[in-house]
Design a protein around this ligand. Sequence first.
Ligand SMILES: C[S@@+](CC[C@H](N)C(=O)[O-])C[C@H]1O[C@@H](n2cnc3c(N)ncnc32)[C@H](O)[C@@H]1O
Length: 445
Amino acid sequence: MTQRGQLVIDQHIDKSAYSGFVESSLDSVLSELLEGDLDFAQDSDNTGIHNLHAFPAKYPPALPRLFIQHLTQPGEVVLDPMVGSGTTLLEATRMERYGIGSDIDPLALLLSQVKTDPPDPARAFQSGLNVCNRAYFALERDRSAVCREIQNRFDDRTRRFLDYWFTQETQQELMALLLQIEAEPSPAVRQFLRLCFSGIIVTKSGGVSLATDLAHTRPHKVAGKVPRSAIEEFARRLRKNVASIEQAGRCAGRAAVLCADARSLPLRDNSVHLIVTSPPYAANAIDYMRAHKFSLVWFGYPVDALSLRRKEYVGHEVLQYGNGISLPKPVQQVVDMVGKLDARKAKVLEGYYQDMTQVMREAYRVLQPGRCAVFVVASSRLKGVDTRADFCLGEVAQAVGFRVAGVGTRRIHRDRRMMPASRHAGNGSTIEQRMHQEYVIGLVK
Ligand SMILES: C[S@@+](CC[C@H](N)C(=O)[O-])C[C@H]1O[C@@H](n2cnc3c(N)ncnc32)[C@H](O)[C@@H]1O
């Protein structure tokens, strides 16, 4: 379910599940969990359904699982207001909780939806094969009709974008696939096939586009790249993704995926039992839209509209003045330290902590008293100054009413993370240096 508006949560919780579960002790349970091993180096479950599509900076499933398991009961509501690839949501439903995930990124929403409500694998596979066969046939029979569709469907700027990043041949194959996917009558199968389609474009290698390293960094056009056949790649992706949903089976709990801004959630006060989330890093270390627009344009989003949407992402680098939120003094001091070296970067950082103040306020509002919120963040360096995300976000959280139960640390395993880090190893001022450690901030309302 992707929707805007108030979400009404059924009171379906089994009260008997509460026996032996004392909310007042959650504080100490949370503190203890934060002192344990949060690296999850041995966690092997980042495969299968958690890998249906590339997504930068997702956390290991074992991380939300740990907090969900110890801080909630079956039937309770677990929220991730910045749900990304849906890791928290899927783990919540697997443990029979009611998962709610919101995001403003259309690809994150699509991915979360498919993960928590996958279609019947056999039906999806057959439909995907039909899509491939019919796409081949359409190109053979009347390629000019497919070309006309490309001309008519996109505005000028979007077409220029497509012409720059995709060969004519690839555009025609993608359009032929898309026309067949759109004809699929089952919404769950159609969403699954769209995800397979997106998965052949937004990949580390740049997939069938002319870009390289789309999932990680700023895309570059590769001179001389000869992309593989989009239809063949789609068939390969289909097989892989069908195997993933087959292996995963169906979840026991229920999930709602909301297109909503974490700074203004369509949820009632005190309606959530646990929040586990990882916001974007300060000052846009990862620009989600920059990569995601490569597939989103095919789904009908004009390039200009997507560029505008970037301003809504927490951590974006577009300067916007005057949302009027004043930061706690120690946080303002960190901003001012950056400001002495670079006024623009300081404004961006200030905007980030202001956005995060709104996110924290909403988290506090929707959480039940006595319940916990877990924020996973990384610090970044701006002009050599540590932005001290763990400390600053702790201050921001306290300013909106939370109590900080503790802050855990975890090492990022770069070989497993969808991050730009490892490409720049050894370069002193890069993301490699900035993101080697994450903080897990535990809060109690
Ligand atoms: C670090 S990712 C989350 C990754 C997630 N924990 C996972 O395992 O896949 C941060 C997410 O925040 C989302 N986001 C950024 N600004 C947002 C906003 N204003 N409201 C809701 N989500 C937002 C991004 O689209 C992105 O999906």
